[in-house]
Design a protein around this ligand. Structure first.
Ligand SMILES: [Zn+2]
Length: 269
């Protein structure tokens, strides 16, 4: 299995897309073959860095990667190649996997044994939640903002409207799952004073269930800390050079806040 791209690029899982880009550029420069002629280890590293960048270097690719990892975690890290559903599921796609998380009836296909028997008194089946990250600037986080957000989700099949789910009836577009993967665009309202790592829950904007409720869309906000600042445990850290004389004698240091204000900070003796 490929190396964890976050680890390769030395960024945290909740790094912003911009932070990932910066980390990639820095490492790619450092390990570039032109700079390390004849160094096989550096070349290997460079290849791994490129691969990591392809996996999480764009918002879309990253979203898919993160989603795939979450699914793999649910299967105990076996990945899809291990074929958790027994025979007949060589090339499983996410749509098929998601339908397995939907509970409900499901007596079609080759995975009868894996499914719990239908419960007459059980709660209404529900589509899976979708988790995604959204990058915003510190200014947007302070003032609040509205952002157009596109994602892919399972929606009821155009042809059968979900009715082929769990029945022997064949339906070509959805392959009997009752749902299809479709693009969806919505406006996300970010409240003022939003925090890095804060999660917004958009009800019923997750995967639709062929015969139950929709899951939710969970959006984790990532605030781009920009050059010279970084996030540590939900705190924004900014390093400021202070003259040694100010450190010794005490005094004032002027800094710019993320919102662009100039403020003075008192430094103790
Ligand atoms: Zn259908």
């Amino acid at each position: 299995m490929a190396e964890d791209p976050y680890r390769v690029l030395g960024v945290s899982k909740d790094a912003t897309d911009a932070e990932i880009k910066r980390a990639y550029r820095k490492l790619a420069r450092q390990y570039h073959p032109d700079r390390n002629p004849g160094d096989a280890a550096a070349e290997e590293r460079f290849k791994a860095i490129q691969a990591a960048h392809e996996t999480i270097g764009s918002a879309e690719a990253r979203r898919e990667h993160d989603q795939r990892i979450r699914m793999e975690d649910m299967f105990g890290g076996g990945g899809f190649q291990g074929n958790p559903f027994g025979s007949g599921f060589g090339g499983v796609d996410l749509g098929d996997i998601f339908s397995q998380f939907m509970g409900g009836r499901g007596s079609s296909g080759g995975f009868k044994q894996q499914q719990a028997p239908p419960r007459e008194d059980g709660p209404k089946p529900r589509g899976a939640d979708i988790e995604a990250g959204l990058d915003i600037s510190l200014e947007q986080a302070l003032d609040g903002t509205e952002v157009r957000f596109s994602h892919r989700r399972l929606k009821r099949c155009d042809k059968c409207d979900g009715t082929s789910f769990g029945r022997s009836k064949r339906c070509n577009p959805c392959n009997g799952t009752g749902v299809q993967t479709k693009g969806s665009t919505l406006t996300v309202k970010v409240p003022p004073n939003a925090q890095h790592g804060q999660q917004l829950r958009l009800r019923k904007m997750g995967h639709e269930h062929p015969e139950g409720d929709s899951g939710d869309l969970l959006i984790t906000l990532r605030l781009d800390a920009k050059e010279g600042r970084r996030w540590e445990d939900g705190r924004l850290v900014q390093e400021v050079p202070v003259p040694i004389t100010t450190l010794l004698l005490g005094g004032k240091v002027r800094i710019s806040t993320p919102a662009g204000k100039r403020v003075q900070i008192e430094v103790q003796e």
